[in-house]
Design a protein around this ligand. Structure first.
Ligand code: S3P
Length: 425
């Protein structure tokens, strides 16, 4: 795809699509609950459609209209042995969270994903699940897909997560919900808490005591109505676009503002961005409006507890940092190496092709600003977020950007180019 924007301004108002993490979980809890769950503003990206497809194969009736997804849950026992392989596509969240659910169901299932999923570590989930009695086999001793799960009765756990991962936490929570008694999960740093919030929304209970999450097994859930807020990880691309393009001001309505996800807002403030954030609702998931204008930015340091709160936004923050005065240093972000691609390498390599002064480190990157970016040929490497970073970069390059494999963007943001064209003046 050729991107030739002639350095435009951005203006206008959009609502980004529904949050990917919350959309996945709404299908999962809807399937496990008794009764009907109606989901509005669901993200119809490829990843979440993979989750729907897997639950249909598990016997759950899921209806799709333009406005809503309706899940007809029949409780934990409503899930049935699938007669075909569960294909999770490109979705790590689907693969890992489903492992926690399937480990405790009384049937056999097999899971496979795409080439990227086949490279991503699954032992971070299969190891704690095995300690709860799960029987999961997979390539290279259960490290990678394809995975075969023989569901069985699970025991409780007290598990300290070795990495700050909401996917691992959530998989263990799903397993703990099926065990008899109380389980404790300890987080090294707080990660997104959408699973915990949704347990409560579906009529269950969960306790948090500092870094400990306490789950009582044997809970059942009741179907409910879910509104999925806009995905701040998708909003991030247009926040960066408006901050770095000249004479711009955009408004992003109904964006999710869950504290565990708003690290990017903290970074924008640290860098001196011209923005306002207004909360409009705080029932369950917090929601609000973000207004962002062209900004004079300065470099910053991003590390520690901030990292899990913006892990998916680091690629686009790297682009933002190329337009800030001074150095931006990102540390403690090794987890980027096991995302859809090795995002330290892909971001550094691709932004360099457009003239950025950026260097990979063992656990992050260093970006030296401010650089004038030029056109060039780049690739998403099949990674949706890398594709969107390069498309946003093309707004400020002084020549054409040729983006290979832009189709990957549909994984999380099928309307991305439509929204981009709408905002470009
Ligand atoms: C997610 C958790 C994060 C994030 C991913 C979605 C989730 O992954 O990068 O895009 O929905 O729980 P990790 O748990 O591997 O950090």
């Amino acid at each position: 795809m050729k991107l030739n924007f002639k350095q435009p301004s951005l203006g206008g108002k959009i609502e980004v699509p529904g949050d990917k993490s919350i959309s996945h979980r709404s299908i999962m809890f809807g399937a496990l609950a008794e009764g009907k769950t109606v989901i509005r503003h669901f993200l119809k990206g490829e990843d979440c459609l993979s989750t729907i497809d897997c639950f249909r194969k598990l016997g759950v009736k899921i209806e799709e209209t333009d406005e809503e997804i309706i899940v007809h849950g029949a409780g934990w026992d409503g899930l049935k042995e699938p007669s075909s392989i569960l294909d999770t596509g490109n979705s790590g969240t689907t693969t890992r969270l489903m492992l926690g659910i399937l480990a405790g169901r009384p049937f056999h299932s097999v899971m496979i994903g795409d080439e990227s999923i086949a490279r991503r570590p699954m032992d971070r989930v299969t190891v704690p699940l095995a300690s709860m009695g799960a029987d999961i086999a997979g390539r290279d001793n259960g490290r990678f897909t394809p995975l075969s799960i023989r569901g069985r009765k699970l025991q409780t756990t007290e598990y300290k997560l070795p990495v700050a991962s909401a996917q691992v936490k959530s998989a263990v929570i799903f397993a703990a919900l099926q065990a008899e008694g109380e389980s404790v999960i300890i987080e090294p740093e707080a990660t997104r808490d959408h699973t915990e919030k949704m347990i409560e929304q579906f009529g269950g209970t969960v306790r948090r005591e500092e870094d400990r999450i306490i789950i009582q097994g044997g809970q059942s859930f009741k179907g409910t109505d879910v509104y999925v807020p806009g995905d701040i990880s998708s909003a991030a691309f247009f926040m960066v676009a408006a901050a770095i393009a000249p004479n711009s001001e955009i408004v992003l309505e109904n964006t999710g503002l869950n504290e565990t996800r708003t690290g990017i807002i903290d970074v924008f403030k640290q860098m001196g961005a011209d923005m306002t954030v207004e909360k409009t609702s705080s029932e369950g998931e917090e929601i609000g409006t973000i207004t962002i204008r062209t900004s004079n930015l300065k470099g910053t340091e991003i590390s520690g507890a901030l990292i899990p709160r913006l892990i998916d936004e680091i690629p686009v923050i790297a682009l933002l940092a190329t337009q800030a005065e001074g150095d931006t240093i990102i540390r403690d972000a090794e987890e980027l190496k096991v995302k859809e691609t090795n995002r330290i390498d892909t971001v550094v390599d691709e932004l360099k092709k457009l003239g950025a002064d950026i260097e990979a480190t063992d656990d992050g990157m260093i970006i030296r600003g401010k650089s004038k970016l030029h056109g060039g040929s780049v690739s998403s490497h099949g990674d949706h977020r890398i594709g969107m970073v390069m498309a946003i970069a093309s707004l400020i390059t002084d020549g054409e950007v040729e983006l290979d494999d832009h189709e990957a963007i549909a994984v999380s943001y099928p309307e991305f180019f439509e929204h981009l064209n709408q905002l470009v003046k």
